[in-house]
Design a protein around this ligand. Structure first.
Ligand SMILES: Cc1cc2nc3c(=O)[nH]c(=O)nc-3n(C[C@H](O)[C@H](O)[C@H](O)COP(=O)(O)O)c2cc1C
Length: 380
Protein backbone atom coordinates (compact mmCIF):
# COMPACT_ATOMS: atom_id res chain seq x y z
CA UNK A 1 0.00 0.00 0.00
CA UNK A 2 1.50 3.34 -0.99
CA UNK A 3 2.20 5.98 1.61
CA UNK A 4 -0.40 8.74 1.76
CA UNK A 5 -0.97 11.79 3.95
CA UNK A 6 -2.28 9.65 6.85
CA UNK A 7 1.13 7.94 6.83
CA UNK A 8 2.88 11.31 6.67
CA UNK A 9 0.86 12.82 9.53
CA UNK A 10 1.34 9.78 11.78
CA UNK A 11 4.86 8.81 10.67
CA UNK A 12 3.85 5.26 9.71
CA UNK A 13 4.31 3.00 6.68
CA UNK A 14 0.75 1.79 6.00
CA UNK A 15 -2.50 3.67 6.80
CA UNK A 16 -3.88 0.81 8.90
CA UNK A 17 -4.55 1.60 12.57
CA UNK A 18 -5.37 -0.72 15.43
CA UNK A 19 -8.54 0.64 17.06
CA UNK A 20 -8.39 1.59 20.73
CA UNK A 21 -10.19 -1.27 22.51
CA UNK A 22 -10.53 -1.32 26.30
CA UNK A 23 -9.28 -4.64 27.68
CA UNK A 24 -7.95 -5.75 24.26
CA UNK A 25 -5.59 -3.11 22.83
CA UNK A 26 -2.79 -3.60 25.37
CA UNK A 27 0.84 -2.42 25.10
CA UNK A 28 1.87 -5.77 23.52
CA UNK A 29 -0.81 -5.59 20.82
CA UNK A 30 -0.25 -1.88 20.12
CA UNK A 31 3.51 -2.46 19.79
CA UNK A 32 2.97 -5.43 17.43
CA UNK A 33 0.83 -3.33 15.07
CA UNK A 34 3.28 -0.39 15.16
CA UNK A 35 6.17 -2.77 14.48
CA UNK A 36 4.25 -4.23 11.49
CA UNK A 37 4.11 -0.73 9.94
CA UNK A 38 0.68 0.47 11.09
CA UNK A 39 -0.26 2.51 14.15
CA UNK A 40 -0.78 0.65 17.42
CA UNK A 41 -3.33 2.30 19.68
CA UNK A 42 -3.64 1.67 23.41
CA UNK A 43 -7.23 1.07 24.56
CA UNK A 44 -6.64 3.07 27.71
CA UNK A 45 -10.17 4.28 28.53
CA UNK A 46 -10.24 2.46 31.87
CA UNK A 47 -6.63 3.15 32.88
CA UNK A 48 -6.22 5.40 35.89
CA UNK A 49 -3.39 7.94 35.52
CA UNK A 50 -0.73 5.71 37.14
CA UNK A 51 -1.53 2.73 34.95
CA UNK A 52 -1.81 4.92 31.84
CA UNK A 53 1.72 6.21 32.43
CA UNK A 54 2.98 2.62 32.94
CA UNK A 55 1.30 1.49 29.71
CA UNK A 56 2.83 4.35 27.70
CA UNK A 57 6.26 3.49 29.07
CA UNK A 58 5.71 -0.22 28.43
CA UNK A 59 4.80 0.28 24.76
CA UNK A 60 7.87 2.55 24.42
CA UNK A 61 10.01 -0.27 25.83
CA UNK A 62 8.79 -2.59 23.01
CA UNK A 63 9.02 -0.22 20.02
CA UNK A 64 10.55 3.07 18.83
CA UNK A 65 7.71 3.48 16.33
CA UNK A 66 4.79 5.90 16.81
CA UNK A 67 1.73 4.75 18.78
CA UNK A 68 -1.45 6.32 20.14
CA UNK A 69 -3.41 6.52 23.37
CA UNK A 70 -7.21 6.18 23.08
CA UNK A 71 -9.52 7.29 25.90
CA UNK A 72 -13.15 8.34 26.19
CA UNK A 73 -14.27 11.93 26.86
CA UNK A 74 -18.08 11.66 26.99
CA UNK A 75 -19.58 15.16 26.95
CA UNK A 76 -22.45 14.39 29.34
CA UNK A 77 -20.07 13.24 32.09
CA UNK A 78 -17.64 16.11 31.55
CA UNK A 79 -20.51 18.59 31.86
CA UNK A 80 -21.41 16.86 35.14
CA UNK A 81 -25.01 16.48 33.98
CA UNK A 82 -25.04 12.68 33.78
CA UNK A 83 -27.14 12.47 36.95
CA UNK A 84 -29.73 15.00 35.79
CA UNK A 85 -32.91 13.83 34.21
CA UNK A 86 -35.52 16.43 33.34
CA UNK A 87 -38.43 14.00 33.52
CA UNK A 88 -39.02 11.31 36.11
CA UNK A 89 -36.60 9.81 38.62
CA UNK A 90 -32.85 10.47 38.33
CA UNK A 91 -30.38 7.63 37.54
CA UNK A 92 -29.28 7.81 41.20
CA UNK A 93 -32.91 7.12 42.28
CA UNK A 94 -33.09 4.17 39.85
CA UNK A 95 -29.73 2.67 40.82
CA UNK A 96 -31.05 0.41 43.66
CA UNK A 97 -33.70 -1.07 41.33
CA UNK A 98 -31.01 -1.91 38.72
CA UNK A 99 -28.70 -3.33 41.38
CA UNK A 100 -31.53 -5.63 42.54
CA UNK A 101 -32.14 -6.62 38.89
CA UNK A 102 -28.44 -7.54 38.59
CA UNK A 103 -28.51 -9.54 41.81
CA UNK A 104 -31.54 -11.52 40.69
CA UNK A 105 -29.84 -12.18 37.34
CA UNK A 106 -26.71 -13.47 39.09
CA UNK A 107 -28.77 -15.85 41.24
CA UNK A 108 -30.69 -17.11 38.22
CA UNK A 109 -27.47 -17.72 36.26
CA UNK A 110 -25.58 -19.29 39.17
CA UNK A 111 -22.95 -16.51 39.16
CA UNK A 112 -20.89 -15.95 42.29
CA UNK A 113 -20.89 -12.34 43.49
CA UNK A 114 -17.32 -11.03 42.95
CA UNK A 115 -15.35 -9.73 45.91
CA UNK A 116 -14.19 -6.10 46.01
CA UNK A 117 -10.68 -7.23 45.01
CA UNK A 118 -12.00 -9.29 42.09
CA UNK A 119 -14.11 -6.34 40.95
CA UNK A 120 -11.09 -4.03 41.09
CA UNK A 121 -9.04 -6.47 39.00
CA UNK A 122 -11.76 -7.43 36.52
CA UNK A 123 -10.90 -6.89 32.86
CA UNK A 124 -12.19 -3.56 31.66
CA UNK A 125 -12.44 -2.41 35.29
CA UNK A 126 -10.88 0.96 35.91
CA UNK A 127 -7.33 0.25 36.98
CA UNK A 128 -7.07 2.96 39.60
CA UNK A 129 -4.33 3.38 42.16
CA UNK A 130 -5.38 4.32 45.72
CA UNK A 131 -6.47 7.96 45.92
CA UNK A 132 -7.06 8.35 42.17
CA UNK A 133 -10.36 9.88 40.97
CA UNK A 134 -13.44 7.67 40.40
CA UNK A 135 -13.76 6.02 36.97
CA UNK A 136 -15.89 7.90 34.42
CA UNK A 137 -15.86 11.21 36.28
CA UNK A 138 -14.70 14.60 35.06
CA UNK A 139 -11.71 14.38 37.44
CA UNK A 140 -10.76 10.95 36.01
CA UNK A 141 -10.71 12.30 32.44
CA UNK A 142 -8.72 15.39 33.49
CA UNK A 143 -6.12 13.19 35.24
CA UNK A 144 -5.79 10.91 32.17
CA UNK A 145 -5.33 13.90 29.84
CA UNK A 146 -2.67 15.32 32.15
CA UNK A 147 -0.65 12.11 31.66
CA UNK A 148 -1.19 12.21 27.86
CA UNK A 149 0.28 15.73 27.91
CA UNK A 150 3.13 15.03 30.35
CA UNK A 151 4.21 11.91 28.47
CA UNK A 152 4.11 13.76 25.11
CA UNK A 153 2.51 10.82 23.33
CA UNK A 154 2.90 10.82 19.53
CA UNK A 155 -0.85 10.46 18.86
CA UNK A 156 -4.00 10.87 20.98
CA UNK A 157 -7.43 9.50 19.97
CA UNK A 158 -10.73 10.48 21.60
CA UNK A 159 -13.02 7.45 21.23
CA UNK A 160 -15.98 9.53 22.40
CA UNK A 161 -16.33 13.30 22.79
CA UNK A 162 -14.26 16.32 21.86
CA UNK A 163 -10.66 16.80 23.04
CA UNK A 164 -10.90 20.55 22.22
CA UNK A 165 -10.00 21.76 25.76
CA UNK A 166 -6.61 19.98 25.59
CA UNK A 167 -5.76 20.81 21.96
CA UNK A 168 -3.43 23.73 22.69
CA UNK A 169 -1.19 21.74 25.02
CA UNK A 170 -1.18 18.61 22.84
CA UNK A 171 -0.33 20.63 19.72
CA UNK A 172 2.49 22.38 21.61
CA UNK A 173 3.91 18.89 22.31
CA UNK A 174 3.63 17.87 18.65
CA UNK A 175 0.93 15.28 19.49
CA UNK A 176 -1.34 14.44 16.54
CA UNK A 177 -4.98 14.33 17.58
CA UNK A 178 -7.77 12.22 16.20
CA UNK A 179 -11.41 11.65 17.13
CA UNK A 180 -14.00 8.95 16.42
CA UNK A 181 -17.43 10.05 15.13
CA UNK A 182 -20.67 8.36 14.13
CA UNK A 183 -22.41 11.30 12.46
CA UNK A 184 -21.53 14.14 10.07
CA UNK A 185 -22.38 16.85 12.63
CA UNK A 186 -19.87 15.39 15.11
CA UNK A 187 -17.22 15.28 12.38
CA UNK A 188 -17.87 18.97 11.64
CA UNK A 189 -17.53 19.85 15.36
CA UNK A 190 -14.22 17.98 15.67
CA UNK A 191 -12.90 19.46 12.43
CA UNK A 192 -13.53 22.96 13.77
CA UNK A 193 -11.63 22.06 16.97
CA UNK A 194 -8.50 21.55 14.81
CA UNK A 195 -8.13 17.75 14.92
CA UNK A 196 -5.63 16.16 12.54
CA UNK A 197 -7.68 13.07 11.60
CA UNK A 198 -11.28 11.92 11.89
CA UNK A 199 -12.45 8.29 12.19
CA UNK A 200 -15.94 7.62 10.79
CA UNK A 201 -17.16 4.52 12.64
CA UNK A 202 -20.44 2.97 11.51
CA UNK A 203 -23.10 0.73 13.04
CA UNK A 204 -21.32 -2.48 11.99
CA UNK A 205 -18.43 -1.81 14.40
CA UNK A 206 -17.70 -3.31 17.80
CA UNK A 207 -18.08 -1.28 20.98
CA UNK A 208 -19.80 2.12 21.13
CA UNK A 209 -21.14 2.83 17.71
CA UNK A 210 -23.38 4.90 15.52
CA UNK A 211 -26.89 4.20 14.25
CA UNK A 212 -25.57 4.84 10.70
CA UNK A 213 -24.11 1.93 8.71
CA UNK A 214 -20.41 2.09 7.80
CA UNK A 215 -20.98 2.08 4.05
CA UNK A 216 -23.33 5.08 4.25
CA UNK A 217 -21.37 6.98 6.90
CA UNK A 218 -17.85 7.06 5.42
CA UNK A 219 -18.61 8.96 2.17
CA UNK A 220 -20.88 11.45 3.95
CA UNK A 221 -18.18 12.27 6.52
CA UNK A 222 -15.60 12.51 3.70
CA UNK A 223 -17.83 14.96 1.81
CA UNK A 224 -18.35 17.08 4.93
CA UNK A 225 -14.80 17.35 6.28
CA UNK A 226 -12.43 15.31 4.06
CA UNK A 227 -11.19 15.57 0.50
CA UNK A 228 -7.90 17.10 -0.69
CA UNK A 229 -8.44 20.39 1.18
CA UNK A 230 -10.00 18.84 4.26
CA UNK A 231 -8.96 16.49 7.05
CA UNK A 232 -8.11 12.87 6.24
CA UNK A 233 -10.95 10.54 7.20
CA UNK A 234 -10.37 6.95 8.33
CA UNK A 235 -13.08 4.33 7.88
CA UNK A 236 -14.15 1.99 10.69
CA UNK A 237 -16.80 -0.51 11.64
CA UNK A 238 -17.04 -4.05 10.34
CA UNK A 239 -13.73 -3.97 8.45
CA UNK A 240 -12.31 -7.41 9.16
CA UNK A 241 -10.28 -8.33 6.08
CA UNK A 242 -8.45 -6.77 3.15
CA UNK A 243 -11.63 -6.49 1.06
CA UNK A 244 -13.09 -4.24 3.76
CA UNK A 245 -9.93 -2.12 3.74
CA UNK A 246 -10.18 -1.72 -0.06
CA UNK A 247 -13.88 -0.84 0.23
CA UNK A 248 -13.13 1.91 2.76
CA UNK A 249 -10.62 3.44 0.32
CA UNK A 250 -13.23 3.29 -2.48
CA UNK A 251 -15.62 5.20 -0.20
CA UNK A 252 -13.09 8.02 0.15
CA UNK A 253 -11.34 7.02 3.38
CA UNK A 254 -7.58 7.56 3.47
CA UNK A 255 -6.96 4.95 6.14
CA UNK A 256 -8.71 2.43 8.37
CA UNK A 257 -9.24 1.99 12.13
CA UNK A 258 -9.67 -1.71 12.82
CA UNK A 259 -10.73 -3.33 16.07
CA UNK A 260 -12.44 -6.73 15.97
CA UNK A 261 -10.04 -8.23 13.39
CA UNK A 262 -7.33 -8.05 16.09
CA UNK A 263 -9.43 -9.47 18.96
CA UNK A 264 -8.39 -13.03 18.25
CA UNK A 265 -4.71 -12.09 18.05
CA UNK A 266 -2.23 -13.76 20.39
CA UNK A 267 -1.31 -10.33 21.81
CA UNK A 268 -4.86 -9.06 22.52
CA UNK A 269 -5.66 -8.68 26.22
CA UNK A 270 -8.78 -10.88 26.10
CA UNK A 271 -9.16 -14.12 28.05
CA UNK A 272 -8.74 -17.36 26.02
CA UNK A 273 -12.49 -18.21 26.28
CA UNK A 274 -13.31 -14.76 24.84
CA UNK A 275 -10.95 -15.26 21.87
CA UNK A 276 -12.61 -18.64 21.27
CA UNK A 277 -16.04 -16.94 21.34
CA UNK A 278 -14.85 -14.64 18.53
CA UNK A 279 -13.60 -17.60 16.48
CA UNK A 280 -16.89 -19.47 17.06
CA UNK A 281 -19.15 -16.53 16.10
CA UNK A 282 -20.75 -15.70 12.79
CA UNK A 283 -22.17 -12.47 11.36
CA UNK A 284 -25.48 -12.94 13.22
CA UNK A 285 -23.97 -13.30 16.68
CA UNK A 286 -23.71 -9.64 17.71
CA UNK A 287 -26.27 -7.16 19.03
CA UNK A 288 -26.31 -3.51 20.11
CA UNK A 289 -27.07 -2.91 23.79
CA UNK A 290 -26.68 -0.22 26.45
CA UNK A 291 -26.40 -2.89 29.14
CA UNK A 292 -22.63 -2.52 29.64
CA UNK A 293 -21.86 1.22 29.71
CA UNK A 294 -25.22 2.96 29.27
CA UNK A 295 -24.40 3.94 25.68
CA UNK A 296 -25.27 1.78 22.65
CA UNK A 297 -22.41 -0.66 22.04
CA UNK A 298 -22.11 -3.71 19.79
CA UNK A 299 -21.23 -6.92 21.62
CA UNK A 300 -21.45 -10.67 21.16
CA UNK A 301 -24.97 -11.69 22.17
CA UNK A 302 -25.22 -12.19 25.90
CA UNK A 303 -27.88 -13.21 28.38
CA UNK A 304 -27.20 -9.99 30.34
CA UNK A 305 -28.05 -7.73 27.37
CA UNK A 306 -31.03 -9.96 26.56
CA UNK A 307 -32.29 -9.72 30.17
CA UNK A 308 -32.83 -5.96 29.69
CA UNK A 309 -34.65 -6.58 26.39
CA UNK A 310 -36.89 -9.25 27.98
CA UNK A 311 -37.63 -7.06 31.02
CA UNK A 312 -38.38 -4.09 28.70
CA UNK A 313 -36.07 -2.03 30.92
CA UNK A 314 -33.80 0.77 29.74
CA UNK A 315 -30.25 0.56 31.17
CA UNK A 316 -29.07 3.61 33.15
CA UNK A 317 -27.08 6.34 31.36
CA UNK A 318 -23.27 6.48 31.47
CA UNK A 319 -21.60 6.43 34.02
CA UNK A 320 -24.23 4.70 36.21
CA UNK A 321 -24.76 1.55 34.15
CA UNK A 322 -21.12 0.49 34.64
CA UNK A 323 -21.74 0.35 38.40
CA UNK A 324 -24.49 -2.19 37.70
CA UNK A 325 -22.84 -4.20 34.91
CA UNK A 326 -19.28 -4.45 36.31
CA UNK A 327 -20.26 -7.14 38.84
CA UNK A 328 -22.00 -9.22 36.13
CA UNK A 329 -19.09 -8.93 33.70
CA UNK A 330 -16.50 -9.74 36.36
CA UNK A 331 -18.50 -12.75 37.58
CA UNK A 332 -18.94 -13.89 33.96
CA UNK A 333 -15.19 -13.57 33.28
CA UNK A 334 -14.26 -15.42 36.47
CA UNK A 335 -16.62 -18.23 35.48
CA UNK A 336 -15.31 -18.15 31.84
CA UNK A 337 -18.92 -17.73 30.71
CA UNK A 338 -19.14 -16.80 27.03
CA UNK A 339 -22.93 -16.61 27.39
CA UNK A 340 -22.53 -13.81 29.99
CA UNK A 341 -19.31 -11.91 29.27
CA UNK A 342 -18.02 -12.60 25.74
CA UNK A 343 -17.20 -8.91 25.14
CA UNK A 344 -17.65 -6.20 22.53
CA UNK A 345 -17.22 -7.17 18.86
CA UNK A 346 -18.25 -6.00 15.39
CA UNK A 347 -20.27 -7.71 12.69
CA UNK A 348 -17.15 -8.76 10.76
CA UNK A 349 -16.18 -11.44 13.29
CA UNK A 350 -17.63 -14.20 11.11
CA UNK A 351 -14.46 -13.74 9.01
CA UNK A 352 -12.18 -14.70 11.93
CA UNK A 353 -11.25 -18.40 11.90
CA UNK A 354 -8.41 -18.79 14.42
CA UNK A 355 -6.21 -17.08 17.02
CA UNK A 356 -3.05 -15.75 15.28
CA UNK A 357 -0.14 -13.36 15.83
CA UNK A 358 -1.09 -9.71 15.20
CA UNK A 359 1.60 -9.39 12.53
CA UNK A 360 -0.02 -12.17 10.45
CA UNK A 361 -3.42 -10.46 10.74
CA UNK A 362 -1.86 -7.14 9.71
CA UNK A 363 -0.10 -8.64 6.69
CA UNK A 364 -3.30 -10.37 5.56
CA UNK A 365 -5.15 -7.04 5.74
CA UNK A 366 -2.48 -5.45 3.52
CA UNK A 367 -2.23 -8.30 1.02
CA UNK A 368 -6.01 -8.81 0.93
CA UNK A 369 -6.49 -5.12 0.15
CA UNK A 370 -4.01 -5.29 -2.75
CA UNK A 371 -5.73 -8.42 -4.11
CA UNK A 372 -9.19 -6.84 -3.83
CA UNK A 373 -8.07 -3.72 -5.69
CA UNK A 374 -6.39 -5.80 -8.40
CA UNK A 375 -9.51 -7.96 -8.80
CA UNK A 376 -11.96 -5.03 -9.02
CA UNK A 377 -13.48 -4.51 -12.46
CA UNK A 378 -11.80 -1.71 -14.44
CA UNK A 379 -15.04 -0.99 -16.24
CA UNK A 380 -18.67 -1.62 -15.52
C1 LIG B 1 -13.57 -5.18 22.44
C2 LIG B 1 -13.74 -3.75 22.01
C3 LIG B 1 -13.47 -2.74 22.93
C4 LIG B 1 -13.60 -1.40 22.53
N1 LIG B 1 -13.27 -0.43 23.43
C5 LIG B 1 -13.18 0.85 23.00
C6 LIG B 1 -12.64 1.84 23.85
O1 LIG B 1 -12.27 1.58 25.00
N2 LIG B 1 -12.53 3.10 23.37
C7 LIG B 1 -12.91 3.42 22.08
O2 LIG B 1 -12.74 4.54 21.66
N3 LIG B 1 -13.51 2.50 21.29
C8 LIG B 1 -13.58 1.22 21.70
N4 LIG B 1 -14.05 0.27 20.83
C9 LIG B 1 -14.40 0.65 19.45
C10 LIG B 1 -13.15 0.61 18.54
O3 LIG B 1 -12.28 1.66 18.83
C11 LIG B 1 -13.49 0.67 17.04
O4 LIG B 1 -14.17 1.85 16.74
C12 LIG B 1 -14.26 -0.54 16.55
O5 LIG B 1 -13.67 -1.72 17.03
C13 LIG B 1 -14.30 -0.58 15.00
O6 LIG B 1 -15.15 -1.59 14.54
P1 LIG B 1 -14.66 -3.12 14.30
O7 LIG B 1 -14.57 -3.72 15.64
O8 LIG B 1 -15.74 -3.71 13.48
O9 LIG B 1 -13.34 -3.05 13.60
C14 LIG B 1 -14.00 -1.07 21.21
C15 LIG B 1 -14.30 -2.10 20.31
C16 LIG B 1 -14.17 -3.43 20.70
C17 LIG B 1 -14.47 -4.50 19.69
Amino acid sequence: MTKNRVCEILGIQHPILLAGMGGASTPRLAAAVSEAGGLGVLGAAACGPKMLREWIREVRSYTDKPFAVDTLLPASVRRDDGAKNSEGPSPMDLLPQHMAFAEEFMKREGLKKPTKEELAQGMGAANRAPGEPMFLTKEFFDAQMQVVIEERVPVYAAGLGNPGPWMREMKANGTKVMGVVGAVRHAVQLASAGLDLIVAQGHDGGGHNSPIGTMALIPQVVDAVGGPKGIPVLGAGGICDGRGVAAAFCLGAEGVWIGSAFLASEEAGLLPYQKQAIVDSNEENTMVSKSVTGKPARLIRTKWAQAYVDAKMDPLPMPFQSMVSSQILTAGQLGKRSDIAPGFAGQGIGLIKSVRPARDIFEDLLEGCKRAIAAAPREI
